[in-house]
Design a protein around this ligand. Structure first.
Ligand code: GLA
Length: 418
């Protein structure tokens, strides 16, 4: 059985406020420029922020009941909400000109609203998720205007960031006094039941419980969590973006979820104490490995080894042994490449180069895989030399320049003071 962490008392969604920064102020100015000081507005605009995240350990364990160690970053999603008098909802983004408008009372009265396969499905899904556990006044329409500085589809959890910022804004607009856990459930409803991606719980937890200078250690079996510090004076997190975006990712992701479920179904009769795949003893798996389909066996091996690796990495970090934590990240990447088969050449090039660089302690693909980014932990102060060398190595291998960014801890989820 996996150890449980302390279960925290429920945090309120409206507890946190975030100091203003130029990037937030300019998003608000953009909103006014695009939507004007409309006479249909029933109140002043409010501004909200939710971070993105990198996952440093525990890849593809959340939907297998295992431990994960994500860290929220300072980049994220900005959202302006302004109440309207006419009962309509408008959803728009600074990223393109497409927007949607609908009547709130009609949506709330619709029996089984369907997703439209557009980016605003996440916003609508969260609205419907909140409506499942709270009464929303159908007359209180609003404008939502999204923006931000998080690359979309890069494995930095833009979808959880959008969902959580929506939940925190709607909580304030409807005066709901929800807990962070309820917002997380609304985000999960949006992604799983409305949009149809069978994601685990890691991303909304990483965003919802972000704390500067900390990783979140979350046990996905029982949702218990604790913060684990990473010394920001000595180490920093770098993200190298391959700029490869895989359209196939949703189907491939759901296939991995199904293969893990198949592995658990086959192994559970031999492991009566295991409530999920990550709790099946390795010896039980190895005794029955040959009876599993080869792809299913590979997925199970990754899950079981990654579970032990993540707990060992947590112990190392608690003792301040960042080098051991980094080695675990490299091992995790190898397993994602060979057993879980979610890596691509571009990601592998980056990790192999990172292994050879003195400033780097560890690195692996972050997010679901099939493209996106590698996260590395490196010694603070050496980032410029690392970034230059990394670009040269990547350009030689793939003829393109990757995007590299270094992140600070996140200001967390909340309302920006404007
Ligand atoms: C995606 C999912 C997460 C998690 C990761 C892999 O980001 O949304 O729930 O499964 O992949 O660790």
């Amino acid at each position: 059985m996996l150890p449980s962490m302390e279960v925290q008392s429920p945090r309120r969604l409206n507890a946190a406020t975030i100091p203003s920064e130029p990037r937030f102020a300019s998003h608000l100015a953009e909103f006014i420029a695009r939507f004007g000081d409309s006479s249909s507005a029933a109140g002043t605009p409010r501004l909200f922020f939710a971070p993105g995240r990198v996952n440093l350990m525990g890849a593809h364990l959340d939907y297998n009941g295992g431990p994960v160690m994500p860290m929220a970053i300072d980049r994220g999603t900005f959202l302006v909400l302004r109440p309207r008098r006419d009962g309509l909802v408008t959803i728009a983004t600074s990223m393109d000109d497409e927007q949607t408008t609908f009547n709130l009372s009609v949506l709330l009265a619709t029996k089984a609203p369907k997703a439209e396969e557009r980016w605003w499905d996440y916003s609508v899904g969260v609205l419907l998720g909140l409506a499942r556990c709270a009464e929303l006044d159908p007359g209180r329409g609003f404008d939502l205007y999204y923006g931000g500085d998080l690359p979309v589809g890069a494995g930095l959890s833009s979808s959880a960031s959008v969902s959580l910022v929506t939940a925190v804004a709607l909580n304030a607009h409807f005066g709901l006094d929800m807990s962070v856990d309820q917002a997380i459930d609304a985000a999960l409803f949006a992604e799983r039941e409305f949009v149809g991606v069978m994601c685990g719980i890691m991303d909304p937890f990483a965003v919802g419980f972000a704390s500067p200078g900390h990783l979140l250690l979350l046990n996905c079996k029982d949702r218990s969590w604790q913060h684990v510090g990473l010394d920001g004076e000595k180490y920093m997190v770098g993200i190298i973006d391959t700029l490869v975006r895989r359209k196939l990712a949703k189907g491939e992701f759901n296939l991995r979820v199904e293969q893990c479920a198949a592995a658990y179904k086959a192994l559970a009769p031999f492991a009566p104490d295991a409530e999920n795949l990550s709790e099946v003893p390795l010896a039980v798996f190895e005794a029955h490995e040959r009876d599993l389909e080869p792809a299913v066996a590979k997925r199970a091996r990754h899950v079981l080894e990654e579970t032990s690796r993540t707990f060992e990495a947590r112990d190392a970090l608690l003792l301040g042994d960042v080098a051991a934590f980094g080695c675990a990240m490299f091992d995790a990447h190898d397993s994602l490449r060979d057993h879980f088969e979610v890596s691509i050449d571009e990601l592998n090039t980056i990790v192999e180069f990172a292994k050879s660089h003195d400033a780097v302690l560890g690195g692996r693909l972050t997010g679901a895989g099939f493209g996106g980014c590698v996260a590395v932990i490196l010694k603070a102060g050496q980032q410029d030399a690392f970034a230059a060398a990394m670009c040269t190595a990547y350009e030689q291998a793939h003829g393109q320049t990757p995007k590299i960014a270094f992140y600070k801890g996140s200001p967390g989820l909340g309302e920006v003071v404007i």
